[in-house]
Design a protein around this ligand. Structure first.
Ligand code: UN1
Length: 486
């Protein structure tokens, strides 16, 4: 019997009118059933979150921080169990699944400390006897809509920052990984998050996601996912505060003076780690003409050796894709790449057997005009493009609509600095791959990736607003600009 789980609304565990299946992507088998929530469930969750807002936002931030610290402590104790769940439900390999949980531990610890900061500024006034400062206030009820590729870490980025700032939340996880979300919410409750502060509503984007985005009493939305959904949210969220993180087409530039061994390792890790299912995945290599052939030969040699299998198996290098639709999307792009005239040099097929697997795939001779070199595939497909020099490489890097992560391999400090200033992206790595952002630095992009910066000190900007405060202790009416003007 497959267990049916519940949503968490206003401190109660509640079922749904219907249920959907949660699949193990390595086998295609049903591992759990979750309520297909409705607009009515969202309404009840918003009521609960609104009801809990006053008391939670008035709870001293260091006390909120202590609850986040306890959350981190429980996550740490349960890291192995949760890692196994991530590897099973989402499919990434065990070391990465443990990394997913570790990223959650890190961010809860980081924002626990923020409970004793949440700094505003004090500044001068143009008038005598007047004091000026800013303080942080919560946004209110936040709608958190999260993807499946970091099923613990990304919800943790959002929940930790939202909660320390004093917001309450309606949390809709991806329907591909509701069990990870359920476990995370249970841990938050055990750590002492009061009833109504975090409400878990599972279900489809059409029913639950849309109701959250349109809800009049939701103050802000924080979304990580596709560009199409991000655009839809922008059009339909009204005047809410909206945070978006929408994917990438992240380039790795490899110059002729690079340490090629290091570049190969980084590209393989960046392109095929998490089966290419990261917003930060390395999906384009822009290789200097002098080293391209050698680099591609080595990439192919390494990619062909990668062993596919379930995330939980020790021998697996590359886990499954998340679902059948992802396999079909990847297949579709491989067909497009072939038709566009890129040269398939590795992979390009599904292995036999069950589960949602696809072989690591490399296209050589790709061109910046091709769809495989411009569109986010979110699968194990890497396109190699040739450049004649650094300016050309930066030009190619910037020729896509996205701008999340980027990387350059070079031994020349001038080239590195020119890339840092020239590449249009939220993140640039030097002599390291495009993945592996740390939680205490801002994470986000430019252009079609969205402009939000999550995690790090800027993470709280998404979940708070600054109130400006003037205190006039002069005892008389003072007029800014007028009494102070010269
Ligand atoms: C994502 O793919 O949406 O930098 C997040 C990284 C991870 C986070 C990725 N720390 O690859």
């Amino acid at each position: 019997m497959v267990q049916a789980y519940r949503m968490h609304i206003g401190g109660e565990w509640v079922g749904g009118d219907g249920y959907f299946n949660d699949l193990n992507p390595a086998t295609g088998q049903v591992m759990a059933r979750f309520p297909a929530g409705s607009a009515g469930d969202v309404d009840r969750a918003v009521d609960a979150a609104e009801g809990a807002l006053k008391s939670w936002s008035e709870t001293p931030p260091p006390k909120r921080g202590r609850i986040l610290q306890r959350t981190a402590d429980i996550l740490r104790k349960e890291k192995e169990r949760l890692g196994t769940l991530v590897a099973t439900e989402m499919g990434k390999v065990m070391p990465e699944a443990l990394g997913d949980v570790q990223e959650a531990i890190d961010v809860f610890e980081y924002f626990a400390g923020e409970g004793r900061r949440l700094f505003g500024n004090t500044t001068t006034s143009e008038l005598k006897g007047k004091f000026a400062m800013t303080v942080r206030r919560p946004v209110g009820v936040m709608g958190l809509i999260t993807p499946w590729n970091f099923p613990i870490a990304i919800p943790a980025w959002k929940l930790s920052a939202a909660l320390v700032c004093g917001n309450t939340a309606v949390f809709k996880p991806s329907s591909d990984t509701p069990l990870c979300a359920y476990e995370l919410v249970r841990i938050l409750l055990r750590a002492g998050v009061p009833d109504g502060v975090v409400n878990l509503v599972t279900g489809s984007a059409a029913d639950v996601g849309e109701a959250i985005v349109r809800h009049r009493r939701v103050g802000g939305i924080s979304f990580t996912g596709s560009k199409a959904t991000g655009e839809w949210i922008t059009k339909n969220a009204g005047l809410k505060k909206v945070g978006l993180e929408l994917g990438g087409k992240n380039p790795v530039i490899v110059m002729d003076d690079a340490d090629l061994g290091l570049a190969v390792e980084g590209i393989i890790w960046g392109a095929f780690g998490t089966t290419g299912q990261r917003c930060t995945a390395a999906s384009r290599v822009i290789a200097h003409r002098a080293i391209r052939k050698k680099l591609v030969a080595e990439l192919v040699r390494r990619a062909e050796r990668l062993r596919l299998g379930p995330g939980v198996a020790k021998t697996t290098d590359v886990g499954p894709l998340i679902n059948m639709a992802a396999v079909e999307k990847t297949e579709g792009y491989v067909d497009i790449g072939r038709k566009e005239g890129a040269k398939l040099v590795c992979g390009g097929k599904r292995p036999p057997g069950r589960g949602f697997f696809y072989r690591p795939t490399i296209f050589d001779d790709a061109d910046r005009g091709m769809r495989i070199a411009r569109e986010e595939i979110f699968g194990p497909v890497l396109s190699v493009l040739e450049c004649g020099g650094l300016d050309d490489a930066i030009d190619i890097a910037n020729s896509v609509e996205y701008g999340l992560s980027s990387s350059i391999y070079t031994r020349d400090v001038n080239s590195a600095l020119r890339a840092i200033s020239g590449i249009e992206a939220g993140i640039t790595y030097v002599n390291a791959s495009t993945i592996g952002a740390e939680v205490h630095l801002p994470f986000g992009g430019v252009k079609a990736t969205g402009h939000t910066r999550e995690a790090g000190i800027t993470g709280i900007d998404e979940f708070s607003h600054l109130k400006t405060v003037y205190i006039d202790y002069s005892g008389k009416l003072q007029k800014a600009q007028i009494d102070a003007g010269e």
